[in-house]
Design a protein around this ligand. Structure first.
Ligand SMILES: [Zn+2]
Length: 143
């Protein structure tokens, strides 16, 4: 029997690769997939969706986060991101902030290529001294 950890990694690699195949990237020809495992144990995925009006395109991470939120998930345990090529396809600055919104102290980012996981980082290391919901809640009358 495999360790649960290995089962989860295989599950997330399969999900992120499947998401990448759905990418709509006719302009960059750079398909990206993202897959989240939330604290509820569910997996949510997304792909990049480009647009003829280039700035309107969205990143794979944004799609995965939207799917998670839509289904009721609120905390990202791990997020896998996959792209082709030699380099590390790490989340862009905007997506680091998007992930941050739903991250906790131990949230990890797993950067993948076609052969598998290339690097694992804590979100905290990708976005140190970040701004998050806590800062607003300090001054919010609503929560
Ligand atoms: Zn991004």
């Amino acid at each position: 029997m495999q360790e649960p950890h290995m089962d989860q990694e295989a599950r997330l690699l399969a999900a992120v690769k499947a998401a990448q195949t759905k990418a709509y990237a006719p302009y960059s020809n750079f398909p990206v997939g993202a897959a989240i495992i939330a604290d509820n144990g569910e997996v949510y995925s997304g792909c990049n969706v480009e647009n003829a009006s280039y700035p309107e395109g969205t990143c794979a991470e944004a799609g995965a986060i939207a799917a998670m939120v839509m289904a009721g998930g609120r905390k990202i345990q791990k997020i896998y991101v996959i792209g082709n090529g030699e380099g590390l396809v790490s989340p862009c600055g905007g997506c680091r902030q998007r992930i941050r919104e739903f991250a906790h102290a131990d949230t990890t980012v797993h950067i993948c290529g076609p052969e598998g996981v290339r690097a694992v980082m804590k979100l905290h290391d990708l976005l140190p001294h970040s701004f998050g919901p806590e800062q607003l809640h300090t001054h919010s009358a609503q929560e």
